[in-house]
Ligand binder design. Structure first.
Ligand code: PGA
Length: 254
């Protein structure tokens, strides 16, 4: 039995004042929806605030990226220990907005996933095809390549500590979510691929869908058997919308 997980990816948005409204609204708004797990990934400067407001609650928090190094001359980077010092449970790894700008290669993402897991974080590994790849009909090839880069780095057992988020690049921030059938197809394909290596891990690992999840489409997406929740960008900027997505996840508890 996999509990649904809804993760807010706040990207480079927010301020001390607006975060406070959002986080307090979330604490209140999710009180009646205990049948799913929730997390908020904030920009690094706001981790202190997220910890101060969410500590002791059922809502987890995390970073949006991290270095694979422990410390040293890496200007602008943040280490796994810095994230755990601020109580992070999750860290997003390999988001397409970073892959596309050339910051993250498959290899670097695999290494970072491993380092995150070793530090006690739950890495959220983002994978997904571009529009050109989707139109070329190679979604399965692309997503398997991205997933295998991590499996090769740390072995199938190492994957177990993380979460996978399938996010088609063409669906991110466009308002055009993948159809529940497409998302289900890919997630089922990914889970079968993992099952060939380890059936238990395939059964237990949470695979999320991300890309224009909103208050309207969440219920149908979360009703799909292999969709274990969502990674939510734009709709996490509105407290009521995000709470409605959390409600959809909690209601999908089977
Ligand atoms: P979106 O972003 O919900 O705005 O499409 C999702 C993401 O980038 O994780």
């Amino acid at each position: 039995m996999r509990r649904k997980l809804v993760v807010a990816n706040r990207k480079m948005n927010g301020s001390l004042a607006s975060n406070q409204v959002f986080l307090e609204g979330l604490l209140l708004g999710t009180q009646d929806y205990p049948y799913a797990d929730y997390a908020v990934c904030v920009p690094h400067p706001y981790l202190f605030q997220a910890e101060a407001i969410l500590k002791g609650s059922a809502i987890a928090w995390g970073g949006q990226n991290m270095s694979r190094y422990e410390s040293g001359a890496y200007t602008g980077s943040v280490s796994p220990r810095m994230l755990t010092e601020f109580g992070c449970e999750y860290v997003i790894i390999g988001h397409s907005e970073r892959r596309q700008r050339g910051h993250d290669t498959d290899l670097a993402i695999g290494e970072r996933f491993e380092v995150a897991a070793k530090a006690g974080l739950k890495p959220i590994l983002c994978i997904g095809e571009t529009l050109a790849e989707y139109e070329a009909g190679i979604t399965d090839l692309v997503t398997i390549r991205q997933l295998n880069a991590v499996i090769q780095e740390l072995g199938i057992k190492g994957l177990a500590s993380g979460v996978i988020a399938y996010e088609p690049v063409w669906a991110i921030g466009t308002g055009k979510a993948a159809s529940p059938a497409h998302a289900q197809n890919i997630l089922s394909f990914l889970r079968k691929h993992i099952a060939m290596l380890d059936a238990d891990i395939a059964n237990n690992i949470r695979i999320l869908y991300g890309g224009s999840v909103n208050a309207t489409n969440a219920t149908e997406l979360f009703s799909m058997p292999d969709i274990d929740g969502g990674l939510v960008g734009s709709a996490s900027l509105n407290t009521a919308d995000f709470v409605a997505i959390c409600q959809a996840a909690s209601n999908a508890y089977r």
